[in-house]
Design a binder for this molecule. Structure first.
Ligand code: SAM
Length: 244
């Protein structure tokens, strides 16, 4: 184990995470890092490739979701707009029992994630190429998941329509955001309400190494997804659910 891995594992304890099979899990993170850098030469996956930065700004940052709820007792997670696998792949490495479903509109990113799951030997990871608006219309995915995550995908008023339809009643949607979210959070109350979601809390945190700000906004699903939602692909982005 080198210094970066040692520091990473130590920082995870600050999130209440103790790796259950540390050696294997750290090897999986390292293999993920290597695949990310290798595939990034052929396609656009991330602007961050320096190893220490990837461990902090992608791996650690993804795992901050564990501050909100106990993933150890959840069964299913859906990650919407996962891109290169954040936050779902780090969560799956740390909580290997999770059934993970990934939805992303870009086929080549889905191919990358299938390769990651294969090489890292991650079981029960389903990668779906498609739009969230369509996947959430199918009975298999609608109102189903214990936890739904999204990092850096869209404004909350849009994101609520992408993500809340996947959450089971009583389940959580965790939106992972950067700094300055106050206005966006206020604006999102309307869309949450339309989708039978309600804000549970907003957590502020700071990345331990470089000190940048993050916010985790958690919504709880209070009832089934109303029939009208999500609207057709593209509409949530074009006509976000905001109070007129
Ligand atoms: N979550 C990753 C992260 O934090 O690094 C990726 C963020 S990337 C900026 C946004 C991703 O969301 C892209 O991979 C894009 O294809 C996907 N996306 C955007 N709108 C989507 C939609 N309606 N349905 C599914 N995926 C979508």
């Amino acid at each position: 184990m080198d210094e970066i891995q040692q520091q990473f594992e130590q920082r995870l304890t600050g999130l209440g995470i103790t790796l259950s099979d540390s050696r294997r899990q750290l090897d999986q993170f390292e293999a993920y890092y290597r695949l990310l850098v290798e595939w990034n030469e052929k396609m656009n996956l991330t602007g961050i490739t320096e190893r220490e930065q990837v461990y902090e700004k992608h791996f650690y940052d993804s795992l901050t979701a564990a501050r909100v709820t106990d993933f150890g007792t959840a069964a299913s997670v859906a990650d919407i707009g996962s891109g290169a696998g954040f936050p779902s792949i780090p969560l799956k490495i740390v909580f290997p029992h999770l059934q993970v479903t990934i939805v992303d509109a870009l086929a080549k990113r889905i191919r990358f994630l299938e390769e990651v799951a294969d090489i890292l030997e991650l079981k029960e990871v389903r990668c779906i190429h498609g739009r969230a608006e369509e996947a959430a219309r199918t009975p298999e995915h609608r109102d189903r998941y214990d936890i739904v995550t999204a990092r850096a995908v869209a404004r909350l008023s849009v994101l609520n329509e992408f993500c809340l339809p996947f959450v089971r009643i009583g389940g959580l949607f965790i939106a992972m955001k950067g700094s300055e979210v106050e206005q966006e959070v206020e604006e999102s109350r309307y869309s949450a309400d339309r989708l039978n979601g309600s804000i549970r809390n907003v957590q502020h945190l700071i990345l331990p190494g470089e000190g940048s700000e993050r916010h985790l906004i958690t919504f709880v699903k209070t009832g089934p997804t109303p029939k009208a939602y999500p609207r057709k692909p593209g509409i949530p982005l074009k006509e976000p659910l905001v109070r007129q």
